[in-house]
Design a protein around this ligand. Structure first.
Ligand SMILES: Cc1cc2nc3c(=O)[nH]c(=O)nc-3n(C[C@H](O)[C@H](O)[C@H](O)COP(=O)(O)O)c2cc1C
Length: 203
């Protein structure tokens, strides 16, 4: 009888061990999950602490910007990174409506290089290209734990003129937008923008 109990317990123990080792492991956050999470948690941040953004972080964001797709791979973009406090204040004072730039650690101006655009009707693809670069920079900022906001310049020609003059941007470049970036001093909840009525599927 004692032998039988030992055998039964041994088999039960063995089965339990096998179950533990063959059990499906809980899903780990995969790279895909992390990328989607980064997209879904990005939100405009307009208030920042005094902590500086490092040159390595700036390079990461610029690399993300330049990794964007562009029509016929023209990469018709130029970036101006403003870290100078006086200049940041000038930007905030002269380019409304957001004063985010005043407290930002840096501003990246995203410019379209008209010498690199497609000819004819394809010329305006620079807007798509530079917008894709801008979104990539915003996503990189979020992934780095920074806060950022897109400040539209183009097509308001008054703002484009002001931005050109402030940052010494040549006439053959358009200025799409400024991106104010810094360590977040606010944690806005990402907006839920999911609206099923905004899409349809053709099967
Ligand atoms: C083309 C464009 C121009 C924008 N311009 C400004 C701006 O001048 N000032 C500002 O505070 N936010 C600006 N934003 C940010 C929007 O207000 C913001 O993306 C929108 O309210 C949605 O909020 P979210 O970014 O937190 O999802 C701009 C965004 C885009 C795409």
């Amino acid at each position: 009888m004692q032998t039988l109990i030992i055998v039964v317990l041994s088999v039960a123990l063995l089965l339990a061990v096998i179950k533990i080792f063959t059990a499906k492991q809980p899903a780990q956050a995969s790279g895909t999950d992390a990328a989607i999470n980064n997209i879904m948690t990005r939100t405009s941040v307009r208030s920042y602490t005094n902590e500086p953004v490092t040159d390595a972080q700036i390079e990461t964001m610029l690399r993300a910007g330049m990794a964007a797709p562009s029509a016929v791979n023209k990469q018709p973009w130029k970036f101006v990174v403003v870290k100078n406090r006086e200049k940041l204040k000038e930007i905030a004072d002269s380019i409304g409506p957001s004063r985010a730039a005043a407290g930002a650690a840096c501003v990246i101006a995203v410019c379209g290089d008209m010498t690199k655009t497609l000819d004819g009707v394809g010329r305006d693809f620079w807007i798509h290209d530079c917008s894709a670069a801008t979104e990539n920079i915003l996503l990189a900022a979020n992934a780095l734990g920074l806060g950022a906001v897109w400040m539209g310049i183009f097509p308001d020609q008054n703002r484009v003129r002001t931005a050109r003059a402030l940052l010494d941007i040549p006439e053959n470049q358009e200025v799409l937008c400024f991106i104010a970036i810094g360590h977040p001093a606010e944690k806005p909840t990402p907006k839920d923008k999911w609206k099923p009525e905004n899409y349809r599927i053709i099967e």
